[in-house]
Design a protein around this ligand. Structure first.
Ligand SMILES: *Cc1c(COP(=O)(O)O)cnc(C)c1O
Length: 425
């Protein structure tokens, strides 16, 4: 977002114009920023055979998935429905990695039927997999390297208490199952959590995986998951991809030499590719002074962007309707009947009722984690592509909230109840 003639603009279009055209609240995604992030990653790792599998749980609109496909990116899907969204968007099955957890074997079978790459994260499922497919269908194994990573306890997944992956302490058991059924393991995987601060933690996990990979002779790829961090506020540490790539390359070279083959390296970024491309545009409904603070109440809430309340995430907020006025301190809150705060003690250019506020970094885990709480419809989504806005999802309406509800046949039910009572007598 840039200031042009004192107006915040996205791809040259004033944010306030987008609100006039599409209404608020509104999710807006900047395709050029997504492309920039993809290119940055592709370039940083270009000296290794790297494949990017976008974790679509971050943002899954069909247009976004199609954009990823155009940029040469595959998908990481965590549910069979995400797999189906990927196929619908035009991905080939082999471009999709299916990384579920706590799903029944039926869902794994469905994924095999679709022909996607299956990533198995527990031994009991692996046994069923071996029993059903033997050596016919290869699979990837999700390992848990037990390293503490991730910016928040709710998003770190590699530690010893985590439900994710097969523990590296269970290698002997794992190998027994693989040998018993002659399972073809074509990939190893780890995902130690979101918001990994530094390259060192990442490399620690990578070394463990390279080490274990020696025991798996038929690998096509090793998947290092994600955790790439983006800046949420000024001064935030971000993952330095170039340094990471340099250091990983050294480890990779050594491994490949010993392994006798150059396996592919896969990453599964979600947040890194789409977070900064997304903006939630909201309208200030009320400005309310209390003994403690000045609240700005906006026409959105944790039903549309839950990260501040769920993860204590910091999202920058700016006033797009007043870029010059004196700065004052506000607490920006949503309209949900819960404590519903987007930002505490923020310095914003004076906010007047009706002003448009922009919540930044809303591309990842914004819309996909949204709900209809308080019977609020979800907002529309707009994609900015080559200087023009495209509506890629309509805002919901009351009809959408009622769509799957069925009328309760009260009278019939009462009659049925009466008959039962008579029979019982
Ligand atoms: C959520 C998730 C990702 C993406 O994490 P980000 O922090 O958004 O990059 C990647 N892989 C798996 C298995 C995930 O569950």
């Amino acid at each position: 977002m840039e200031l042009i003639n004192r107006q915040y603009c996205l791809q040259g279009i004033p944010v306030t114009d987008l609100c006039k055209q599409f209404g608020t609240p509104l999710y807006v995604y900047d395709a050029s920023k997504i492309e920039q992030q993809v290119k940055h990653m592709q370039q940083a790792f270009e000296q290794m055979p790297v494949q990017i599998k976008y974790a679509l749980k971050a943002l899954n609109n069909q247009a976004i998935l199609q954009l990823m496909k155009r940029l040469g990116v595959g998908l990481d899907a965590v549910s069979i429905q995400e797999v189906e969204l990927g196929l619908k968007a035009g991905f080939e099955p082999h471009e999709i990695l299916f990384t579920p957890n706590s799903v029944g074997f039926e869902e794994i079978k469905q994924a095999v039927d679709y022909g996607v790459v299956v990533n198995i994260d527990n031994i009991s499922i692996l046994e069923q997999f071996g029993h059903t497919y033997g050596s016919d269908v290869p699979c990837c194994i999700r390992l848990n390297p037990h390293i503490m990573a991730g910016g928040h306890h709710k998003i770190s997944t590699g530690h010893i208490d985590s439900k994710f992956g097969i523990s590296i302490l269970q290698m002997r058991h794992l190998q027994r199952v693989i040998q018993t059924y002659a399972i073809r393991v074509n990939g190893l995987h780890m995902h130690t959590g979101s918001d990994i601060l530094d390259a060192e933690v990442f490399l620690q996990g990578a070394r463990i995986l390279f080490d274990i990979a020696r025991e798996f002779p038929a690998l096509d790829f090793i998947d290092f998951g994600s955790g790439f961090k983006v800046a949420y506020k000024e001064g935030d540490v971000v993952t330095d991809l170039e340094t990471l790539a340099q250091r990983l390359k050294a480890e990779y070279r050594a491994f490949s030499k010993e392994y006798g083959k150059e396996v592919e390296i896969w990453f599964e970024p979600g947040k890194y590719l789409v977070s900064e491309a997304g903006y939630l545009l909201v309208k200030a409904n009320v400005v309310k002074t209390t003994p403690a603070t000045v609240f700005v109440g906006v026409n959105s809430g944790l039903n549309h962007l839950i990260r501040p309340m769920m993860y204590d995430a910091y999202h920058e907020i700016v006033n797009a309707s007043n870029t010059e006025g004196a700065k004052r301190i506000y607490t920006v809150v949503g309209y949900i009947c819960e404590t519903d705060t987007f930002g505490w003690d923020r310095q914003l250019h004076e906010v007047r009722e009706g002003d448009i506020l922009v919540i930044l970094n809303a591309g990842a885990y914004g819309f996909t984690m949204s709900s209809n709480y308080n019977a609020r419809p979800r907002p529309a989504e707009v994609l900015l592509y080559k200087g023009k806005p495209y509506l890629i999802r309509k805002a919901e309406s009351l009809d959408d909230l009622l769509r799957n509800q069925l009328p309760m046949p009260w009278e019939e039910a009462d009659r049925a109840a009466k008959q039962t009572t008579v029979k019982e007598k």
